[in-house]
Ligand binder design. Structure first.
Ligand SMILES: [Zn+2]
Length: 243
């Protein structure tokens, strides 16, 4: 059964605004009005669903489409990696360890290679989650700063690329990017990935200093220097830079 919030609103009124559809099985689905002619339901890496609905198609079509897509969506959700949870003793990134301990006050600090998260008897699960993720982000940023600049410089030198500068970021949907001015941005979450996937992202972004698109020429040049590029591209799609 599918129910709409704002049942009384007409399709006309809804034609431009984003709405939320509540589904008993899948929870809240955001409806985005799009320009194209193609209706689709996408699942984001965090499990959130987004329905893209062309502006000219009435809202009720989403519910029909959702029912037709139910089995496919169920399978997609099942094949997604489980939501990340972190526990005491986990290895984080290449060399850090997570220590969660109860004490007098809540805080997070890095102590050499330990991410020490202090919680109290009153810390709620969501507060603990935030403390843990803050600590992990700090540790991964340190690892990224220690490893990625020299790896990027090494690969650029080896394959004759030049770039302007390197920045670090923590975007939720991108592992890296390259601006037209040659600034390469790398996600600190790369430090949670195997080294061959890190190299793939670095070479992918370096290759954008020569090709600003994903044309055939981009891929054929990338495969010349990294023959497994397309295999790594597929593997990387199974992961998300969510913490
Ligand atoms: Zn790219």
């Amino acid at each position: 059964m599918v129910l709409l919030f704002n049942k009384e609103s007409s399709d006309k009124a809804l034609a431009t605004k984003n709405k939320i559809l509540h589904d008993d099985e899948f929870g809240d689905i955001e409806i985005r009005r799009v320009r194209g002619m193609c209706m689709r339901i996408k699942i984001q890496p965090n499990g959130k669903m987004i329905a893209q609905l062309p502006r000219l198609i009435p809202l009720r079509e989403v519910t029909k489409f959702l029912d037709q897509s139910r089995e496919r969506l169920r399978q997609s959700l099942q094949s997604m990696p489980a939501r990340k949870t972190y526990k005491n003793g986990d290895t984080i990134g290449k060399s850090h360890h997570l220590i969660i301990q109860e004490g007098e006050q809540e805080n997070t600090r890095l102590k050499k290679l330990d991410i020490v998260v202090n919680i109290t008897s009153k810390t709620t699960p969501s507060a603990q989650d935030r403390l843990v993720k803050d600590g992990i982000a700090k540790a991964l940023r340190e690892e990224a700063k220690a490893y990625l600049p020299r790896r990027l410089a090494f690969l650029a030198d080896k394959h004759n690329f030049s770039y302007n500068q390197l920045r670090f970021m923590h975007a939720k949907s991108r592992w890296g990017s390259c601006s037209s001015r040659g600034t390469i941005s790398l996600n600190i979450m790369l430090m949670t990935m195997p080294n061959e996937l890190i190299d793939y992202v670095l070479l992918h972004e370096l290759n954008h200093t020569k090709h600003m698109d994903h044309s055939k020429a981009f891929w054929s040049d990338l495969e010349k220097i990294y023959p497994d590029a397309k295999i790594h591209k597929k593997t990387l799609q199974k992961f998300s830079p969510y913490l």
